[in-house]
Design a protein around this ligand. Sequence first.
Ligand code: SF4
Length: 63
Amino acid sequence: MIVSLDNSKCSGHARCNAVAPEVYTLDDDGYCNINELTVPAGLEQSARDGAANCPERALTIKE
Ligand code: SF4
């Protein structure tokens, strides 16, 4: 599973990190700082939950 971030949509709500801090890290300003990340085994549901909680739909999951 791969998750990618559209930087142009990310608005720094940090909800992805609140839901799944083990997948989504933030920069010092509270913006998600992944670009394209291969989700470690076992964290797939966390990745889905974090992406689903992004109000900007900035995170895309590729199975
Ligand atoms: S929840 Fe969405 S908008 Fe907020 S930091 Fe994460 S990716 Fe960016």
